[in-house]
Design a protein around this ligand. Structure first.
Ligand code: ZN
Ligand code: ZN
Length: 346
């Protein structure tokens, strides 16, 4: 089968023909992929920026961790799934043996394996997943939109870490898919103002508006961001900033618009260290938190919303491409002319 793979620790991806996976192990399922999204982290892997060195010992590996598909084969000990079920899967699986896993914090497991990063992913006709990572979707769920559940869950988790409450003013730095997902989550929690900030980002800012942002600011216009945000927020700095840019400089940008005692959550993956004014952070009692990946509860909430109200999520998908056009898809993501690119292997 054709597969989009990372084969070496250098920029680019390779389109290879590889063996189809045969039978799943006893606790696994074999999934025929319906749709798989190109994630911001896939683009980092494509460019081979810093922060993905952990993949090096796992290469070659098929990319693709945001996906939906139908189960075509079931391992002997799997229960709760049938052939033909439409599913998505949480890409990271914990070992369930280490002290974190046994102690009830499997999301902190240091031995996690991630579909599409450390083991073969969904940019191919078939992918194998542990059944405990899979989430069965309502049969009527749109499979292309179902590939958005992973980034939407990441956004929901970031909003949880930020503890967004009704009435809050939230600034979202970065209007990409994770930023759009954070906007959805902030809206669901009743944030009264959601201000999204981009840089030369007209088309993605428009999508961010469609997803619930109340205001957008494009920094390409060389404006005073703090003044603009105070203008929007009745002269005040904001309650919460969530960063989804991956640009280290955005940490200081976020702190500059955050109120005393406010919370800044970093959700981007940064290839260089950030430098920011720590004295000002201390004197203003500001909090910085990191949010990574997601929890199963977010997946369940989003899968339910997506099956009941699919139209809400349609603006997030820009184009669908076949696997052979994957490189074009990566390039389109890099230029930010599109938001989410979905690959359809079949
Ligand atoms: Zn992703
Ligand atoms: Zn573990």
């Amino acid at each position: 089968m054709l597969a989009v793979r990372k084969t070496s620790a250098s920029p680019g991806v390779t389109l290879d023909h590889i063996q189809e996976p045969k039978s799943p192990e006893s606790d696994q399922v074999l999934i025929e992929v319906e749709a798989a999204g190109i994630c911001g982290s896939d683009v980092h892997v494509y460019e081979w920026t810093k922060g993905y060195e952990f993949m090096q010992s796992k290469l070659p590996v098929t990319l693709g961790h945001e996906f939906s598909g139908r189960i075509v084969k079931i391992g002997s000990s799997v229960s709760g799934f049938e052939e033909g079920d439409l599913v998505t899967a949480m890409p990271s699986a914990s070992c369930m043996r280490c002290s974190d896993c046994v102690g009830g914090a499997p999301h902190f497991c240091l031995h996690r394996q991630t579909i599409g990063l450390t083991k073969n992913g969904a940019f191919a006709r078939f992918v194998i997943a542990p059944s405990m990572s899979c989430l069965k979707l309502a049969p009527s769920t749109n499979p292309v939109l179902a590939a958005l559940i992973e980034p939407l869950a990441v956004g929901d988790h970031a909003a949880n870490v930020a503890d967004v409450k009704a009435g809050d003013t939230v600034v979202v730095l970065g209007p990409g898919t994770i930023g759009q997902s954070i906007i959805c989550a902030a809206k669901w929690r009743g944030a009264s103002r959601i201000i999204v900030v981009g840089m030369n980002d007209a088309s993605r800012l428009a999508i961010a508006h469609a997803m619930g942002a109340t205001h957008s600011i494009d920094l390409s216009a060389n404006i005073d961001l703090t003044a603009q945000i105070k203008d929007i927020n009745n002269g005040r700095l904001v309650d919460i900033v969530i960063e989804a840019t991956g640009h280290a400089s955005s940490v200081q940008t976020g702190l500059d618009v955050l109120k005393r005692g406010g919370v800044l959550v970093c959700a981007g993956i940064h290839s260089i260290p950030a430098s920011f004014d720590l004295t000002s952070l201390v004197r203003n009692s500001q909090q910085i938190r990191g949010a990574h990946s997601s929890r199963r509860r977010s997946w369940e909430i989003i899968a339910d919303r997506l099956s009941r109200d699919p139209d809400v999520f349609k603006p997030m998908v820009s184009i669908e491409l076949g696997l052979k056009d994957a490189v074009m898809g990566f390039e389109k993501c890099l230029t930010r002319e599109v938001s989410k690119v979905i690959l359809r292997p079949n």
